[in-house]
Design a binder for this molecule. Structure first.
Ligand SMILES: [Zn+2]
Length: 143
């Protein structure tokens, strides 16, 4: 089901991962929070309500969460960000992009970049490709 206008904006809230409208199965609204946030009433990483009014009230009460899971997630994100920076430094000399462009690159873009203009030096290509592969593998690790 598409979301009612009154809550459609919630999908743009950086604290919110996704919003499910389950009214067609009589199950109300579900708001799943990004790691690092919790519902202040239930302490859960999600909000469940049947009425828009109640849902919006609870969204206003979303608070930061530093439970073990959220802390582990933050640590992992910081580690991934370090890896990404390492990758950007490796790929930058071989591309026409500046660092800001590379920061927005998708994984696919990074793979393409790792293979561009490095034919003069096989080592460089292998190194950057291996780095992208390493970065991708890290992203797929559970929790
Ligand atoms: Zn948490």
């Amino acid at each position: 089901m598409s979301l009612p206008k009154s809550i459609a904006h919630l999908v743009n809230d950086p604290r919110i991962q996704s919003v499910d409208d389950e009214r067609d199965t009589g199950d109300g609204y579900w708001v799943y929070l990004e790691p690092g946030y919790q519902d202040s009433e239930s302490d859960l990483h999600l909000i469940h309500e049947w009425r828009v009014k109640d849902l919006l009230r609870k969204v206003q009460g979303i608070k930061p969460c530093d439970c073990q899971d959220c802390q582990a997630w933050n640590t992992r994100q910081a580690y991934l960000e370090d890896k990404r920076r390492e990758l950007v430094q490796e790929l930058l000399p071989h591309s026409s992009l500046d660092e800001r462009d590379l920061a927005k690159c998708s994984l696919e873009d990074l793979y393409q970049l790792s293979a561009v203009d490095t034919t003069w030096c096989e080592d460089a290509e292998e190194t950057s490709y291996a780095l992208v592969a390493e970065y991708e593998a890290l992203g797929h690790l559970p929790g």
